[in-house]
Design a binder for this molecule. Sequence first.
Ligand code: GCU
Length: 335
Amino acid sequence: MKSRTTLFVVSALLFILTACSSPVAQSTDTTVLRLAHNMNQSHPIHQSLTHFAEVAEEKSNGSLVFEFYPNEQLGSEREVIELTQTGAVDVTKVSATALESFSPVYALFSVPYLFEDQDHYYEVMESEIATDIYDSTSENGFFGLTFYDAGVRNMYTVNQPIKEPEDLAGLKIRVQPSETAIQMTRLMGGAPTPMGFGEVYTALQQGVIDGTENNETALISTNHGEVAKEYSYTEHAIVPDLLIFSKNRWDSFTEEEQQILREAAIESSQFHKELWAEEINHSIEAAKELGVTFHEDVNKDAFRELVEPMHEQVRNNPDLTPYYDRIQKMSGGSD
Ligand code: GCU
């Protein structure tokens, strides 16, 4: 209910903003696009989205300009996806996990140990499998334009290294609001607590949760490392971030503008790929200074075995099997 009211208020505000800004847009011959996301401005994804906006602006000779709403200003990932469906937001970056309730195929990305390693992940994300998945929501008001590396997800807690499944027993672990993430955490041995990313720091600080799971940048850009001191390389998932675009808005652009936006998206994805490796190293070093310990000696085989039923489920789901098989076929470079 709260979420619907928020959605209504945000949509109404954006409508008023549009009404006020359109005469300016017409007189200067520019089109303003609203770009929302849930990370703060110090996060690498903000830099890559800024790069996307700058490239599009430059290629369009200044006719496509972007208005940024970072930091969950317009709501959680789910709320912003809904705003993108209605066209109140034009473009947003969200985790693939947040998309599974809009198109079931996205659940695949949250299936633990889906990808063998980062090379396998990149191979899939740069193939037609990814573009087929991006188009799966076109009837639903939006589609995917490109992906951004969001690293490897690992468990981290306030004070408990997670090396074996027993170490997770009874621990409240924040997960993204997704059935797949909930099931995964349960099978791995923890007690899943779904919530939006913006609530995690306070929840850790107040002891509402014992830990969470994410890539290393969260330790620094969102300060989780101030509270959570034990980071364990469970490497249970590699989930991409996606740039999604409102379908109605997209259809209102000329082919030339669409081409510019596509090129800018791909360029920003490449920019992000390079930036990401540096940012991970920087986050690890900075987190060590905060007193975070990184644990490499994790029994991943034990976790892998526990989540095997999720792979079985996917293999028995006729909507997901074709994608799953294509992804598996690619591992080890056999495709
Ligand atoms: C990652 C991911 C984000 C996502 C976040 C989360 O940081 O890049 O898109 O929102 O995880 O756990 O919610």
